[in-house]
Design a protein around this ligand. Structure first.
Ligand code: FPP
Length: 246
C-alpha cells in the first residue's frame, strides 16, 4: 500500500559531509582544496536550511577518528574550522543562528576550543536555525561519556539504578534538549553512519547521495528534503492508513 503523505519539512537534518578528498583527487588537486571547497558548501547549506525553515542542522565537521589523518591535513581542517568561525560568526549571529557544538572537549589543544565556546556564547540567545557543529565527535564516545555521568550520579547517591533508562541517558548526551535528527544525509555515495549520532538517529530517515560534499548544492539539498517528505515514517508502529485497510 502506497502512503502519500503531504510534504513534510524535517525539523532536524544531520549531514555527514563526505568526499572532499575524492573531489580534489578527481581534479588532480591536493586534498586540502577539497576541504576548502567544502567550506563553501557548508555556507550554502546553512543558508538554505535557514531559508526553508529547518530548525536544527548538524554538520559532522571532525570526528574523533579524524586525528589519525596526516598532521598537515588535521592542521588544515582545524585552520578551516577556525577561519569559518572567525569570518562567519558575526554574520551567523546577525542572521539569528544559534551555534552549538557536540563532541568531546577533553584534551583539545590551542585556540579551537575557546573559539567554539565563543561561538556558542555569542549566539546563545538566538532563536533561528540552530547550527550544531560535531567536532571531535564520536557517537560511541558520547554514549560512554553519558553513561559515565550517570555512574557518577549513581555513586553519589543522586539517582537509583532503576532511574537509569533511555530518557535518563538521553539527558546526559551532548545533544540534550535537541530533537532527534529526522533526516541524516551522507554525501559521496558511501552508505554507513561512521559513528555519527548512533543513539539519536534511531528513527532517522537515511539518505545517501552520490555527490561529493563540495558538489552539494542548494538543489541537491532541496531535492533531499523533498525526498524526505515522501518517506513513510512509522517509528516502529504501523501507518494509520495501512492499519485501517488491513
Ligand atoms: C570528509 O571528506 C570531510 C571531512 C573529514 C571534513 C569536513 C570538513 C569541512 C567541510 C570543513 C570544515 C567544516 C566546517 C563546519 C566549517 P574526506 O576527506 O573524508 O573525503 P574522502 O572520503 O573523499 O577522502
Amino acid at each position: 500500500m502506497i502512503n502519500r503523505q503531504p510534504a513534510r519539512l524535517p525539523q532536524h537534518v544531520a549531514i555527514i559531509m563526505d568526499g572532499n578528498g575524492r573531489w580534489a583527487q578527481q581534479r588532480g588537486l591536493p586534498r586540502t582544496m577539497g576541504h576548502r571547497k567544502g567550506v563553501e558548501a557548508v555556507r550554502e547549506t546553512v543558508r538554505v536550511a535557514g531559508e526553508v525553515g529547518i530548525s536544527y542542522l548538524t554538520l559532522f565537521a571532525f570526528s574523533s577518528e579524524n586525528w589519525s589523518r596526516p598532521e598537515t591535513e588535521v592542521s588544515d581542517l582545524m585552520g578551516l574550522l577556525k577561519a569559518f568561525i572567525r569570518r562567519d560568526l558575526a554574520e551567523l549571529h546577525s542572521e539569528n543562528v544559534r551555534i552549538r557544538v557536540i563532541g568531546s572537549r577533553e584534551n583539545l589543544r590551542g585556540d579551537i576550543l575557546p573559539l567554539l565556546i565563543e561561538a556558542e556564547d555569542t549566539t546563545r540567545h538566538n532563536s533561528g536555525l540552530t547550527l550544531v557543529i560535531a567536532f571531535n565527535y564520536g557517537a560511541r564516545d558520547e554514549i560512554a561519556r553519558a553513561a559515565r555521568k550517570l555512574a557518577v550520579k549513581l555513586a553519589a547517591g543522586e539517582i537509583s539504578a532503576q532511574q537509569i533508562d533511555a530518557v535518563a541517558l538521553d539527558r546526559e548526551l551532548d545533544t540534550f534538549g535537541m530533537p532527534d535528527p529526522d533526516l541524516v544525509i551522507r554525501t559521496s555515495g558511501e552508505e554507513r553512519l561512521s559513528n555519527f549520532l548512533l543513539w539519536q538517529a534511531a528513527y532517522a530517515e537515511l539518505l545517501f547521495v552520490p555527490e561529493y560534499w563540495p558538489d552539494f548544492t542548494r538543489e541537491t539539498f532541496i531535492a533531499a528534503i523533498e525526498k524526505y517528505g515522501r518517506r513513510d515514517r512509522r517509528f516502529g508502529g504501523v501507518n494509520p492508513v495501512a492499519a485501517a485497510v488491513s
